[in-house]
Design a protein around this ligand. Structure first.
Ligand code: PEP
Length: 252
């Protein structure tokens, strides 16, 4: 069954102390007021993972890294491997965020290595896809997203695909305050689910959680989450305020 998921992406924000305080506030709110059927994930910087994981109730709040190394271990100065991420207590890895694709030249080949390592370690990848504004304006967003999926997660066998969470994030809506309309988000998520049904089966497509991301907030989450194919959100800015993040968790 598709899970409802709200995952925060803190990006390059907060010191460790600030991050732990934020995680503790979210944890407290989730335990006391959070919808019980929603999976909550906090995507923190690498430096925060262990402290955040130790500050939350792991049965209600999960921790994610925002990236991982494309190699298992060895002479790769500055990199953080999936097994290191796992050793902190984190259980999710955000992969292929558009900021990593754009600013750090993350390609489908690199992502395939990261996906394989993440799945091998038993962590859940949150695989991001989505088009830039020029592609949307040219009307080729579906073709573009299809290609992103075909070059990466659609190369996986069924049992591995089933372990993945997909996040559709139109780049033009990330951090801009410009959300995709509810209809635009629903259309793309239904399209992605249809692609999974064609490539795998309809039953498999019904098992996979697909999230929307891009200026999702306490104000618009309810409308977005009411759509039949939107299983939750990947939340940037609004995940840095515990009360806003809770409102999004409770927006289904
Ligand atoms: C993101 O970074 O994944 C994101 C969706 O950011 P924001 O919510 O700030 O648009």
């Amino acid at each position: 069954m598709r899970k409802k998921i709200v995952a925060g992406n803190w990006k390059c924000n907060t010191t460790v102390k600030e991050g732990v305080e934020l995680a503790k506030s979210v944890n407290e709110l989730v335990l006391t007021k959070g919808a019980k059927d929603v999976v909550v994930v906090l995507g923190t910087p690498f430096t925060h993972l262990i402290s955040v994981a130790e500050s939350v109730d792991s049965s209600r709040v999960n921790v994610a890294s925002q990236n991982c190394a494309a190699e298992a271990k060895g002479a790769f100065t500055g990199e953080v491997s999936v097994s290191m991420v796992k050793s902190t207590g984190a259980t999710y890895v955000i992969l292929g965020h558009s900021e990593r694709r754009e600013y750090y030249n993350e390609t489908s080949d690199t992502l395939n290595k990261k996906l394989a390592l993440t799945l091998e370690q038993g962590l859940t990848p949150i695989y991001c896809c989505g088009e830039a504004l020029a592609i949307r304006e040219a009307g080729s967003e579906k073709e573009f997203v299809k290609q992103q999926l075909e070059e990466t997660i659609f190369l996986l066998p069924t049992e591995k695909l089933l372990k993945i969470v997909i996040a559709y994030e139109p780049i033009w809506a990330i951090g801009t305050g410009k959300t995709a309309s509810t209809q635009q988000a629903q259309d793309m998520l239904a399209f992605i689910r249809g692609l999974i049904a064609d490539k795998y089966t309809k039953e498999i497509a019904e098992e996979i959680s697909i999230l929307y991301g891009g200026s999702c907030s306490a104000v618009n989450a309810n409308d977005l989450f009411s759509q039949p194919d939107i299983d939750g959100g990947l939340i940037g800015g609004a995940s840095l305020k515990a009360a806003d993040f809770l409102a999004i968790i409770n927006a289904f």
